[in-house]
Write a protein of this length. Structure first.
Length: 130
């Protein structure tokens, strides 16, 4: 997995790391059970403090996207879009869409962009059901 972050960006590095990992999961690059790099190794690769990587990993853990374990490290977990997630996601989507409208994008442009972005991700894998 290759992560790209912009050290000069206004977006905090931990947020960029979190976002790139979420995108890698959506792209199918990281699947359930995939191990993430050790915090110190990833920090060394970017020349950043390992606490920055810890913060990104902790956000992912809080959001239920990874599991942290002293022996196995950070591992991608199976996820389910539960009601709290759906409510939070809808609120964030509303704000992002409001920004697009406030900047003058038409509804057609917004929908076209949303479809294009969704289609760029790997198709979801079927869930095993007992």
């Amino acid at each position: 997995m290759i992560l790209n972050v912009d050290l000069a960006s206004e977006v905090p590095i931990y947020q960029q790391l979190r976002d790139r990992i979420v995108e890698a999961i959506a792209d199918g690059v990281l699947t359930e059970g995939s191990a993430l790099p050790a915090t110190r190794a990833l920090a060394a690769d970017f020349g950043i403090n390992f606490h920055t990587v810890n913060k990104a990993y902790d956000l992912l853990r809080q959001q239920g996207l990874i599991r942290l374990n002293r022996k196995t490290g950070a591992v991608v977990t199976p996820t389910v879009a539960d009601s709290p997630f759906r409510a939070q996601w809808t609120a964030r989507a509303r704000t992002l869409l409001a920004e697009a409208v406030a900047k003058g994008l038409s509804a057609d442009e917004v929908v076209t962009t949303c479809r294009s972005v969704l289609e760029s991700f790997a198709p979801p894998q079927p869930q095993d059901t007992p």
